[in-house]
Design a protein around this ligand. Structure first.
Ligand SMILES: Nc1ncnc2c1ncn2[C@@H]1O[C@H](COP(=O)(O)OP(=O)(O)OP(=O)(O)O)[C@@H](O)[C@H]1O
Length: 323
């Protein structure tokens, strides 16, 4: 379907997934992915990312709502969709006695018009491991084999469930480069990830899921822009928060204290930082552990996940100012 001149390769409308015991893992989500775009689904543990991706892959029927991939229902019209998509699941589950090359050849036998197995192994940097048994691969090498197999059919749409989990920094970068190159070649990619840096580097657009719903969506810049920047510092000896200049007048929209550490939130970082530093200069005090940082995807993520146990454990007090 075309909207505003963009062809939507994946369309999800009010999608729901309910498991056997009645647990609703996906609670009415909607988004679309354009042709040639990388779309990242981010979220807290158990947010419903894998449950969603499995519906897009046609591995299960939704309890409600609608999924279209390349214009088809991926579950009931699997024969039309499957040959045009590549899937990298979280757990590949290969026969461990086969070598890498044998695994790729076996998989190629199940894919119509498969690319030469050696070609996809080279793409993911596994050509030197062609003769190695799968059971002797490291976790990261297995992930790369997973990715190679997903590429065998030269798919138009690629689903990647946590593609770089278990990879070292170099392997992760290599995967990002490969996925970017695939996108540049016209492949549409939907990926799930726990790495905010991955989404920031790779995704054209993203959605952050929390408890089965989409909490926010947009380009990384749009999602980030909605979040405040942060300034933190240690209160100088003998000073209290009340001794600081009126924070609202510095453009500060809220603050938290954690012992002697003060954290300020602001949408006007330069104005707030300047006001604070001028105050410190005039008072002739040093702001130890001073940290000034622009809004980031991490902030957006933590804000959404703020009721998660790890955040509660930080035990901060919070004050909000009227904007
Ligand atoms: N087969 C199942 N039966 C019942 N509940 C399930 C099943 N699979 C997943 N769930 C539950 O559905 C919720 C969403 O799980 P899902 O695996 O989709 O989350 P996720 O966002 O991919 O998480 P993670 O980041 O930890 O991989 C979780 O609460 C999970 O316990």
């Amino acid at each position: 379907m075309e909207t505003n001149g963009h062809e939507h390769v994946i369309e999800v409308t009010d999608l729901r997934r309910v498991y056997g015991g009645g647990f609703e893992a996906v609670r009415g989500i909607s988004f679309s992915v354009r042709r040639g775009e990388i779309f990242a689904l981010l979220g807290t543990n158990g947010a419903g990312k894998t449950s969603t991706v499995e519906l897009l892959e046609g591995l299960a029927q939704p309890a409600g709502g609608r999924v279209r991939v390349l214009g088809h229902d991926p579950c009931t019209d699997r024969a039309a969709v499957r040959p045009r998509t590549g899937v990298m699941l979280q757990e590949g589950g290969f026969p461990s006695e086969l070598t890498v090359a044998e695994t790729a050849r076996m998989w190629a036998g199940c894919v119509s018009g498969a690319r030469p197995p050696a070609e996809v192994l080279a793409l993911v940097g596994l050509e030197a491991k062609a003769g190695t048994r799968v059971k002797q691969l490291s976790g990261g090498q297995r992930r790369r084999l997973d990715l190679a197999l997903a590429l065998l059919g030269d798919p138009e749409v690629l689903f990647l469930d946590e593609p770089s989990t278990g990879l070292d920094a170099e392997g992760r970068r290599a995967t990002w480069e490969l996925v970017s190159a695939l996108r540049d070649g016209g492949t549409t990619v939907l990926l799930t990830t726990h790495y905010l840096e991955e989404a920031e580097n790779l995704a054209d657009r993203l959605a952050i899921m929390h408890e089965g719903r989409i909490a926010t969506t947009g380009t990384p810049a749009e999602v980030t822009a909605a979040e405040p920047s942060r300034i933190s510092f240690e209160l100088p000896d003998g000073y209290f928060v009340g001794d600081l200049p009126p924070l609202g007048e510095l453009g500060v929209t809220g603050h938290e204290t954690d012992g002697r550490i003060v954290r300020l939130r602001t949408h006007e970082l330069q104005r707030s930082a300047t006001g604070l530093l001028m105050w410190a200069a005039q008072a002739r005090v040093e702001l130890r552990r001073l940290d000034v940082r622009s809004a980031s995807l991490e902030e957006a993520f933590l804000q959404i996940a703020k009721d998660a146990p790890a955040q509660q454990a930080m035990g901060m007090t919070t004050k909000e100012y009227a904007a």
